[in-house]
Design a protein. Structure first.
Length: 208
């Protein structure tokens, strides 16, 4: 795996701005906004920072340990995210890690390879010039190694090849009808695993 870009200032911002055990919907702290302006947020992007919020959620990681992570999302979808990840936590659905993509220098490739779950990032759609739903704060990617993006001969992340067989269900995979799928779908989200032209098993999105 390529060396992860870890921004120390971001780690400090979580310690200084919020109790790491505290969950809920928060205005994005100024120190995190500062880091985002150099990474995930772009002025030419489709939303303003004021339209985004930080949702702090509890989750169970792959070692069956309780952790708390932060998700940047559009404020109109914050209630959905809080409720969805609450359901996943109660069901003990395993999530490897939840970190802001700013810890990876806003690199979707590095974030995917590290099996990171995240939402907001101003970037284009894979292989296209138009903005991804992530750029609006309208999308979440979950456990990308276990739930790869597949289109023709393109597989992302590269280290997800062991999970191309979707009938062999293993830890962290998302399949139709499971707790993760149902938590999003009953709230009107679309799952990339049901798309026809490609499969994006890690991806959920909702349009407003």
């Amino acid at each position: 795996m390529k060396k992860k870009i870890l921004l120390t200032i971001l780690a400090f911002s979580f310690i200084l701005s919020a109790n790491t055990e505290q969950t809920g919907i928060f205005e994005i702290p100024d120190d995190i906004k500062t880091v985002m302006r150099d990474n995930s947020y772009k002025q030419e992007g489709p939303v303003k920072l004021s339209e985004l919020v930080l949702v702090r959620v509890k989750y169970i990681n792959f070692e069956n340990e309780e952790r708390t992570g932060g998700i940047i999302i559009h404020k109109k979808l914050a209630g959905d995210i809080e409720a969805i990840f609450g359901e996943l936590y109660e069901a003990k659905f395993p999530i490897d890690k939840i970190r802001l993509i700013d810890e990876y220098g806003n690199s979707d490739e590095l974030s995917m390879e590290d099996n990171n779950t995240y939402a907001f990032s101003v970037r284009p759609k894979t292989g296209k010039k138009s903005f991804s739903k992530h750029a609006y704060g309208f999308a979440v990617d979950i456990n990308p190694v276990q739930n790869p993006y597949i289109k023709n001969n393109v597989i992302e992340p590269k280290n997800s090849i062991d999970y191309l067989d979707r009938k062999s269900i293993r830890k962290g995979m998302i399949v139709k009808g499971d707790v993760c799928y149902n938590a999003f779908k009953k709230r009107g989200w679309t799952w990339g695993g049901e798309w026809k032209s490609l499969k994006d098993y890690q991806h959920f999105e909702k349009s407003l």
